[in-house]
Design a protein around this ligand. Structure first.
Ligand code: C6P
Length: 422
């Protein structure tokens, strides 16, 4: 199996699984094999305990009360901001906006930055984007008359960087791309693309939903101006996501929601805004889930992100080899596990991905089937949908073996030959 060097001991996925209570449950009388981590990860007991602790101990509103509970709640909420900044080596905790999701963060960039744009300006995206990094820009293009361009995909599932010079120009005001594709797994060379974008004076927004939970992400070298990710894909609670940037770059954004918390002074007919990042957090935030997220970061830091990455590279390399031995399957994205994140999308031309996922579910195996919120990419790949297995800390080669057995069982169930298996 392929490995990458790691300064920490290798992960012990079985020991880790024991720290995730849900993984002890059965599905259809079978041990749950959870291979849908790109959609959302499971939560360790420490995160569940942190949630319970918050509600049983400190529950109050933030930045308001002078009472003890209010102070504790504010401290827990602000600790999340500081931990996210440290985890990503962000310039300052003042550059971390606590939102609901990656989707909300990308929408905030699109709406908050639009006053810098005018008709004729261009935004460069890629052909492998999730709808969350397409639709906000499509909406913006409708409002402002800006032109959307797209960096094409090569046959091997990587971006065609040779097309960059003809797509980037002084008209390009912003480049928005995913760090890692949720369908292909491809890890994009963000620093290289960002350098080219910056050379023409464009800003760079990066959708890091599928990278932050799975590999070391260091904002000092990533090259991005704005970064979005979600806690729930990083073993944290749902309902919390982040926009991370240098505070002075956040100053370039207009707030898009008005209300409590985000103001400095309000008159009947005018208002001034609070400082960044608070001006982007109108209303009572998701305090409890933000307060619990550091427990997930504790786990990732205890393991070390190099070790997390090494585990996923090894497991993905093993899974690729085993799936490639099923000759009827089309596998998507780069074959080299070092060039992809821990997920593999595949397509059996004779079996609809939903049927396949249903049969796998009857074996206790959770995978995702569908367009994965990437319809343009499905069209580009020429498939209606794919089945996707995505890995996490607690997955093992036995889980991959069970997946392969499940795929063989599905073929047999539909009376299709399995003789092509190597
Ligand atoms: N992808 C998947 O199964 P939210 O829903 O806002 O937390 O994340 C949106 C998002 C943005 N970018 C990428 C690259 C993503 O993968 C996702 C979420 C899930 O692939 C749900 S569609």
């Amino acid at each position: 199996m392929a490995t990458v060097p790691s300064r920490r001991p290798a992960l012990d996925p079985r020991a880790l699984a024991a720290r995730f209570p849900i993984l002890a449950r059965q599905v259809h009388g079978r041990r749950l094999i959870y291979l849908d981590n790109a959609a959302t990860t499971q939560k360790p007991a420490a995160v569940l305990a942190a949630l319970e602790h918050y509600y049983t101990h400190s529950n109050a509103n933030v930045h308001r009360g002078v009472h003890t509970l209010g102070e504790e709640a504010t401290e827990a909420y602000e600790a999340c901001r500081a931990r996210v900044a440290a985890f990503l080596h962000a310039p300052s905790h003042r550059g971390v906006v606590i939102l609901r999701s990656t989707t909300e963060a990308l929408n905030l960039i699109a709406r908050g930055w639009e006053h810098h744009l005018q008709e004729g300006d261009e935004i460069l995206l890629t052909e492998m984007e999730h709808h969350s990094n397409l639709v906000p820009w499509i909406m913006l293009a409708r409002r402002r008359g800006v032109t959307l361009r797209h960096l094409p995909l090569r046959e091997d599932g990587e971006l065609d960087l040779e097309a960059l010079p003809r797509l980037l120009s002084r008209r390009t005001r912003l480049v928005a791309l995913t760090h890692a594709s949720n369908v292909l797994g491809t890890v994009n060379p963000v620093a290289e693309i960002a350098a080219a974008a910056h050379a023409v004076g464009a800003r760079v927004a990066v959708d890091a939903a599928q990278s932050v939970p799975h590999m070391p992400v260091d904002l000092r070298t990533l090259g991005a101006d704005f970064v979005a990710f979600s806690a729930h894909k990083a073993y944290g609670p749902t309902g919390v996501g982040f926009l991370v940037a240098a505070p002075e770059l956040l100053e370039e954004l207009e707030p898009v929601e008005g209300g409590g918390e985000m103001i400095r002074e309000v008159h009947l007919d005018r208002a001034t805004w609070n400082e960044v990042p608070h001006r982007f957090e109108a209303g009572t935030p998701n305090i409890a889930d933000a307060a619990a997220f550091p427990a997930a970061l504790d786990l990732l830091e205890e393991l070390g992100m190099e070790a997390v990455r090494a585990h996923e590279v090894a497991l993905t390399g093993y899974a690729w080899e085993r799936l490639a031995s099923l000759r009827w399957l089309q596998l998507h994205g780069p074959a080299d596990p070092h060039r992809r994140t821990g997920l593999i999308s595949f397509y059996d031309p004779q079996l609809h991905p939903h049927d396949l996922a249903q049969i796998l579910d009857s074996e206790g195996i959770a995978v995702r089937a569908g367009h994965h919120c990437a319809q343009p990419l499905m069209r580009r790949l020429g498939v209606p949908a794919t089945t996707r297995a995505s890995f996490g800390l607690y997955n093992t080669t036995e889980d991959v073996d069970a997946l392969v057995e499940g795929l063989l069982a599905a073929r047999r169930y539909f009376g299709l030959p399995t003789g092509g298996a190597a």
